[in-house]
Design a protein around this ligand. Structure first.
Ligand SMILES: [Zn+2]
Length: 180
């Protein structure tokens, strides 16, 4: 396992050796935290203006801890890193598919539910060039719109749905890995 790196998959951290193929590599970031301990019995106090031991009432003393926590990355960065572990992958674009978006997807994605490190969810994947229907608002005309790339993923995040598009070496392999 590389120093200071962990592999994130569906809410759990793994070492490199045991990480599933699409686990997201995340740097571990050192942060300093302070905890208040009772000098007599070692009990940890709740944070307060003057922390006191919940057992004996003695005044507690601060101790600085260094903790390693995984860095926070957004969905597109997490997916690019994950896909790159399995094959060569590059981000090619993104469009919003919120309810009033002028673009409607013209492809049938495979429905999934994969949690991503930022709390968003990958809810669908499509292997192929993603095409969208542009709604005609006033004159009823329609047109289509394509994004470059050969793998589209649909990501849900706080009520907003986005289509992220990648150019990858083996789109079908990635669809299988995501479905597994
Ligand atoms: Zn105490």
């Amino acid at each position: 396992m590389a120093e200071g790196v962990a592999y994130w998959w569906r809410g759990r951290l793994h070492s490199e050796r045991e990480a599933p193929p699409l686990a997201v590599p995340l740097r571990l970031v050192k942060i300093e935290a302070v905890e208040w301990l009772c000098p007599k019995c070692g009990v940890r106090a709740e944070w307060g203006p003057e922390p006191r031991c919940p057992r004996c009432g003695a005044r507690c003393e601060p101790r600085t801890l260094v903790e390693e926590v995984p860095e926070l990355v957004d969905a597109i960065e997490a997916l690019e890193r994950a896909f790159n572990r399995a094959c060569k992958a590059r981000v090619r674009g993104a469009v919003l598919l919120e309810p009033f978006s002028p673009l409607l997807p013209l492809f049938a994605w495979r429905v999934l539910d994969v949690e991503l490190p930022d709390g968003s969810r990958l809810v669908g994947v499509y292997a192929g060039k993603p095409r969208f229907l542009k709604r005609g608002f006033h004159n009823g005309s329609t047109a289509t719109f394509e994004l470059p790339g050969n793998l589209a993923v649909i990501v849900w995040s706080g009520g907003v749905v986005e289509c992220l598009v990648f150019e990858v070496e083996e789109p079908l392999k990635l669809v299988e890995l995501l479905s597994g």
